[in-house]
Design a protein around this ligand. Structure first.
Ligand code: C2E
Ligand code: CA
Ligand code: CA
Ligand code: CA
Length: 279
C-alpha cells in the first residue's frame, strides 16, 4: 500500500498536474476557436537584401484567446497537431492568406508571394493536393504567388511518399520552401530528391553569426549548397544590422526577422509593402 501511495503521489505531482490541466483547458477551448473567429493570420515580410524591397510575406497564425490574449503558435500548434484540429486550422490559414494576397494584387499593389506553413498532419492528408488546388481556384491567386513551407523532419518520415506529394504540389505551379533548414537530419543526399525551390536557414544559425564562427561557417556552407543546387535562399531571424550585412555580403538573397519587422496584421504589412516600393 505504501509503494502504491508513493507512485500515485509522483503521478499526481502538482507541477505535472498543473501543466496537464493547462493543456487540457487550452485544448477544450481550441475546439470551436475557428468558428468563434478567434484565429487570426499575421504576416511577416521577407526582404530582398540587395533592393531592401518586400518580396513575400509569411503567414503566421495567432490565437486571440478570450481571456489570455494572443497565444503563441509554439504553444497551441503542438496541441492541434496532436488532436487533428490542425487540418481545419491549416486550411483556414491557407485560404485566408491566398485571399489576402489576391486582394493586394487586385488593389494594384506590387506583386509579392505569400508563404504558408504546412504541418506534418496536413502533409499526411490524402487530399492535400486537391485542397491546395481548390483554394487557388476559389481565391483566384495565380499559383506562382503561393509558397508552402515544409520541414525536413516530416519529409523524412516517408521519403518516397514525400517526394511524390512534393512533385504533385510543384505541378500545380506553386513554390516549395524547406523551413528551419540545418536543424533536422542532415539529409544532404535527400535534398537533391526533394523538389523544393528554396531553403530557409534556421534562425539559430543567424542568431550567433557574429559571435560563433561555427554558425557563420554553417551559413556559408548552406549558401554555397543552395547556389550549387540553384535554390533560392532566405535567412530567418535576422535581428541586427550586422547579421543583415553579413548575409548580404555572403550572397544570401532574402532575409526575414525582427530587424525588418515582426509578424503584423495585414493592414500593417501592406503599409510596409507600399513603403518599400515608395508608393
Ligand atoms: P516558423 O515557421 O519557423 O516561423 C518563424 C517564427 O520565428 C515565427 O514565430 C516568427 O514570429 C519568429 N521570428 C521571426 N523573426 C524573428 C526574429 O528576428 N527573432 C526571433 N526571435 N523570432 C523571429 P511564431 O509566429 O511564434 O511561430 C512559431 C512557429 O509556429 C512557426 O515557426 C511555425 O512552425 C508554427 N506556425 C505558425 N503559424 C503556423 C501555421 O499557420 N501553420 C503551421 N502548421 N504552423 C505554424
Ligand atoms: Ca516557417
Ligand atoms: Ca522557420
Ligand atoms: Ca518551425
Amino acid at each position: 500500500a505504501q509503494t502504491q501511495g508513493r507512485s500515485q503521489y509522483l503521478f499526481y505531482s502538482p507541477e505535472i498536474n498543473a501543466r496537464l490541466q493547462e493543456r487540457l483547458t487550452l485544448e477544450s477551448q481550441l475546439y470551436g476557436a475557428l468558428e468563434r473567429n478567434e484565429m487570426q493570420v499575421y504576416y511577416q515580410p521577407l526582404i530582398n537584401l540587395h533592393t531592401q524591397k518586400v518580396t513575400a510575406v509569411e503567414a503566421l497564425v495567432r490565437w486571440k484567446h478570450p481571456t489570455l490574449g494572443l497565444v503563441s503558435p509554439a504553444k497551441f500548434i503542438p496541441i492541434v497537431e496532436a488532436n487533428g484540429l490542425i487540418t481545419a486550422i491549416g486550411e483556414w490559414v491557407l485560404r485566408t492568406a491566398c485571399t489576402q494576397c489576391r486582394a493586394w494584387q487586385l488593389a494594384g499593389l506590387p506583386a509579392i508571394r505569400v508563404s504558408v506553413n504546412l504541418s506534418a498532419r496536413q502533409f499526411e492528408q490524402p487530399n492535400l493536393v486537391e485542397v491546395v488546388s481548390q483554394i487557388l481556384q476559389e481565391t483566384g491567386l495565380p499559383p506562382s504567388y503561393l509558397e508552402l513551407e515544409v520541414t525536413e523532419s516530416f519529409l523524412m518520415a516517408d521519403i518516397q511518399h514525400s517526394v511524390k506529394i512534393l512533385n504533385q504540389l510543384r505541378e500545380l505551379g506553386i513554390w516549395l520552401a524547406l523551413d528551419d533548414f540545418g536543424t533536422g537530419y542532415c539529409s544532404l543526399n535527400y535534398l537533391t530528391r526533394f523538389p523544393v525551390n528554396m531553403l530557409k536557414i534556421d534562425r539559430s544559425f543567424v542568431q550567433d553569426i557574429t559571435s560563433n564562427p561555427d554558425s557563420a561557417a554553417v551559413i556559408d556552407a548552406i549558401i554555397a549548397l543552395a547556389n550549387s543546387l540553384q535554390l533560392k535562399i532566405t535567412a530567418e531571424g535576422v535581428e541586427t544590422a550586422e547579421q543583415m550585412h553579413y548575409l548580404k555580403r555572403r550572397g544570401c538573397e532574402e532575409g526575414q526577422g525582427f530587424y525588418f519587422s515582426r509578424p503584423v496584421p495585414a493592414d500593417i504589412a501592406v503599409e510596409m509593402l507600399e513603403n518599400s516600393y515608395q508608393l
